[in-house]
Design a protein around this ligand. Structure first.
Ligand code: C5P
Length: 399
């Protein structure tokens, strides 16, 4: 998403400047070409040398020096940028932009750009809550500036409350969202993720190794592309992506209930969850005591949620996942037909770089007409982007 994009990272003077160093690292790692502009006050906290070393480019600090260069610095930066990120953005910087002031290189460049501007504010809680600041923020949001909500917590000034710079990872995600095509706007997408947990007694359960990473990535990217996303998640440690409605469930029965509740009003269902096929025939009310040398647990079949959705389908687009350890294509093809799906994502979970609890996946997309697309090993976020490209295409074909 950020590969090859030109990003101007504008850094203004707050204690959170050091976090912008981490943001620069993340942006560079994601393949962006990052040009850093620092205000005079920002340089009081961290020297330009730190940013220069990490970005591999000179840091821009001075309006008039750059005027004397061959190209006019602020205009060149403003023109070349695909995105401006202001992090940390102080109350002063935001106030100046809102008033149309352009008295240094950063404010001049922001004024001169037509690229989207993402603002990550950081300031004292009282400054944040000051009606003057709030008015400026609201005004800029109305003009189309993308403004993040600061995080809450203990601030460097000793106060507790809202005003901390959002985490660099959150700013990176928001930057991807700003630059994403909005081709899923107006679509409602339901994604399931993670394992389910089938209880044996109050302290034990049967489950699987699914981490939920694939489904969470799909939910995040779908939201970035403008969809209204509901994520039904089995037990995982993952945090719900911003802007996604996340319903946490435990067992397959609970997942079924949550999925069916929203099905009628949903355009697309993507079932990335690894639903347990069996549950305990009888869950013990009390902790089972250790006595017999061997023990047999009787299991009974869980409902197949996806097959049920396939039977109830009324125009929804249904995407399933097939995680297999053998005969990948044959099993995937069988599920595609049997569950009445529009597409299935097949992955051989025994291959290194694919499957449960890793950050990458190696998948194939299968369609009802027999077409098979093979993708190289890539991050789960990249798989999510490819998958949603196909989903967006299928939705367009239908209209
Ligand atoms: O049949 P199998 O479990 O391999 O099919 C996998 C696909 O079906 C996945 O998309 C999974 O989320 C879904 N599934 C389901 N309910 C089940 C079992 C699987 O929705 N009980």
């Amino acid at each position: 998403m950020l590969q090859g994009k030109t990003i101007v990272l504008g850094v203004s003077g707050g204690i959170a400047v050091y976090k912008a160093v981490e943001l620069l690292r993340l942006l560079t790692k994601a393949g962006a070409d990052v040009h850093v502009v620092m205000t005079k006050n920002a340089q009081e906290f961290v020297t330009p040398l730190t940013f220069q070393t990490l970005s591999g480019k000179p840091v821009h600090t001075d309006l008039f020096n750059l005027y004397q260069e061959q190209e006019i610095g602020h205009i060149s930066l403003a023109d070349r940028a695909d995105l401006f990120i202001l992090a940390p953005a102080t109350a002063n910087l935001i106030g100046k932009i809102a008033q149309g002031l352009a008295d240094d290189l950063l404010t001049t460049s922001v004024m001169a750009t037509t690229a989207p501007v993402l603002i990550a504010p950081a300031m004292n809680t009282n400054m944040y809550e000051n009606p003057i600041y709030q008015r400026n923020e609201k005004y800029l949001a109305e003009l189309g500036y993308h403004i993040m909500t600061p995080a809450s917590g203990a601030l460097a000034c000793g106060w507790e409350g809202k005003g901390k710079l959002p985490a660099p990872e959150a700013i990176l995600t928001e930057a991807q969202a700003v630059l994403s095509p909005k081709d899923l706007t107006g679509r409602s997408i339901l994604v399931t993720a993670g394992p389910t947990r089938e209880e044996i007694d109050p302290v034990r359960y049967v489950s699987n190794y699914s981490s939920g990473k694939m489904g969470f990535a799909i939910a995040e990217v779908a939201r970035q592309r403008g969809a209204e996303v509901t994520l039904v998640a089995g037990p995982t440690n993952l945090e719900a992506p911003a802007g996604v409605c996340c319903v946490r469930v435990g067992s397959a029965a609970q997942m079924r209930e949550a999925v069916l509740a929203g099905y009628e009003d949903t355009d697309v269902v993507i079932k990335a969850a690894a639903v347990a096929d069996y549950r305990l025939a009888e869950r013990a009310d009390q902790k089972i005591k250790k006595s017999a040398e061997t023990m047999i647990l009787e299991l009974e079949k869980n409902p197949d949620i996806l097959a049920e959705l396939g039977r109830l389908k009324e125009g929804q687009l249904l995407v399933g996942f097939a995680a297999e350890t053998e005969n990948l294509l044959a099993h995937a093809q069988d599920k595609l037909q049997r569950k009445n799906l529009d597409m299935i994502v097949a992955n051989d979970v025994t291959r290194p770089g694919a499957g449960f609890d890793v950050d990458t996946n190696i998948v194939r997309f299968l369609y009802p007409d027999g077409r098979i697309e093979e993708l190289a090993e890539m991050s789960k976020h990249q798989v999510a982007r490819h998958l949603l490209d196909r989903v967006a295409g299928l939705l367009v074909d239908r209209t």
